[in-house]
Design a protein around this ligand. Structure first.
Ligand SMILES: Cc1cc2nc3c(=O)[nH]c(=O)nc-3n(C[C@H](O)[C@H](O)[C@H](O)COP(=O)(O)O)c2cc1C
Length: 195
């Protein structure tokens, strides 16, 4: 494969990838998720701190997250008539996600390192997203407040000194959203080529 064709294929995947919210019922092989992750960890990472770990939730395990989501919405809904309906809606929404991959950052006490680590985590997630897309899988990076909630953390075994930075909802897309246009980089580029 020539260098030019490799670049073209990568560019296509980068541009075509979308955040996917609706999944079909096709099962996602967890071995595939493991394989993609094992490639994704080759992200650039200053000082090679490798600040990540992952929690994979699928099958009946999803009930844990769906129950938390249901409990949250039920607490917020003051109308008793709507409470159960809303709870069920959120429960179903979570149960319709084939696989959750929660990405956990070990929080370095040095804030400068921690910031670099977050950047590396983001690179890893983008690696994973592109690899997944190449294999027909879609996902969305969810950063909902649930991630910081103690019940969510305890359920997933996230301990002090760790932060869940993303809950990736992963599955085969039932619907791919239309792309939102990007500002061409040429309009954002300052070129300095004079002394
Ligand atoms: C750090 C980060 C957090 C995000 N959090 C959410 C989220 O909580 N919910 C959501 O629907 N999308 C979330 N997204 C996805 C963006 O909304 C999405 O990338 C953006 O709308 C562009 O769409 P595209 O990914 O299809 O190009 C997040 C993306 C990033 C990078």
């Amino acid at each position: 494969m020539s260098l030019a064709s490799t670049e073209t294929e990568l560019a296509r995947i980068i541009k075509e990838r979308r955040s996917v919210h609706q999944f079909d019922s096709r099962e996602v092989e967890t071995d595939l998720v493991r394989e993609l992750l094992d490639t994704a960890v080759w992200a650039p990472n200053h000082r090679l701190t490798q600040p990540w770990r992952f929690v994979l939730v699928h099958g009946a395990g999803r009930e844990r997250l769906a129950n938390i989501a249901r409990g949250n919405i039920e607490k917020r809904e003051s109308d008793p008539a709507k409470r159960e309906e809303m709870g069920r809606k959120f429960y179903d929404r979570f149960m319709n996600v084939p696989v959750f991959l929660v990405v956990v950052q070990k929080e370095n006490p040095n804030m400068a390192v921690r910031e670099d680590d977050f950047a590396a985590m983001s690179c890893l997630i983008q690696n994973f997203s592109l690899l997944a897309w190449e294999r027909g899988l879609g996902l969305v990076w969810e950063s909902y407040p649930l991630l910081a909630q103690s019940e969510f953390r305890e359920t997933l075994g996230i301990v002090a000194g760790e932060r869940a930075i993303a809950s990736l909802h992963i599955g085969y897309p039932a619907k791919v959203p239309t792309a939102q246009p990007r500002i061409p980089a040429a309009e954002l580029l300052t070129v300095i080529n004079q002394p």
